[in-house]
Design a protein around this ligand. Structure first.
Ligand SMILES: [Zn+2]
Ligand SMILES: [Zn+2]
Length: 257
């Protein structure tokens, strides 16, 4: 239990660090970067103004696909928050293992460059997002603490599916769909600009010590201290944490539902 909590904690650290990195270095041009540089901001996801349709591309290493239950949950989560009258669709594909023992952030970006097929198309008002479900751990893990997911670009996320499976599904652990859902929704929360990560706060509820996270321990966007807490109880109880009122208010105020 305590172990699992540590993992979740590190997920949060990972996100916080990378959110900060991106803000510190917003636009370092890379001529070899094949990913289009149209600047997508959280409002593009939340409102229907620039984009009225969203396609989420899910690329998984063969054998490390997320459960259908988690994908259904993610779709419902997005539909409940985003103004996308043209619809929200998830497109899943499996790719061969890149064959790495661990993945660095550079590896992950390279995998996206080599495999991503769908990109935002402003003319067609079609927005896209990318998930990579990895078959190995994050390279920056230290000791027994492991990162479960990272939102590393305006439309880009990685989920460490192998790591998730190792800490879910057994007695005393959360179910795999519950953990997958929690991590994918949490990462997408950062893409939507939470907390103070591109979506302005209506009321101050940022846990600044822990980066771009919410100060409510019951919230999906919470960063928890390193001791047993309510978040893990939710997970083992089969309940996926929801966004609290402050986070919901921020999304609504920035064009969301
Ligand atoms: Zn986070
Ligand atoms: Zn919150």
């Amino acid at each position: 239990m305590k172990q699992l909590f540590k993992f979740f904690l590190l997920l949060a650290i990972g996100i916080a660090l990378f959110s900060r990195c991106e803000q510190d270095h917003p636009s370092i041009p890379d001529p070899d970067d094949q990913i289009p540089k149209e600047v997508v901001i959280p409002n593009d996801f939340l409102s229907g103004e620039n984009y009225d349709r969203l396609i989420v591309e899910i690329a998984s290493v063969q054998g490390f696909e997320p459960t259908g239950e988690a994908l259904n949950n993610l779709k419902a989560f997005l539909e409940s928050r985003l103004n996308k009258n043209g619809g929200i669709d998830l497109v899943a594909a499996s790719i061969p293992s890149p064959g790495e023992a661990v993945y660095s952030l550079d590896d992950i970006k390279k995998i996206e460059q080599d495999n991503r097929k769908l990109f935002p198309d402003p003319e067609d008002k079609k927005l896209t997002a990318w998930f990579f479900f990895a078959d190995a751990d994050y390279a920056e893990n230290e000791g027994d603490s492991k990162v479960l997911g990272i939102a590393y670009g305006p439309t880009s996320m990685v989920i460490f599916e192998k790591t998730i499976r190792e800490i879910s599904g057994d007695r005393g652990q959360p179910s795999t769909p519950v953990l997958e859902t929690t991590v994918t929704e949490h990462e997408f929360g950062h893409i939507l600009g939470l907390v103070n990560n591109g979506t302005k706060m209506v009321a101050n509820h940022q846990d600044i010590t822990h980066g771009k996270h919410c100060n409510n321990e019951d919230c999906l966007m919470y960063w928890a201290a390193e001791h047993s807490g309510p978040l893990i109880n939710f997970l083992t109880g089969g309940k996926i944490p929801l966004l609290d009122q402050n986070c919901l208010n921020d999304l609504k105020n920035n064009g969301g539902k």
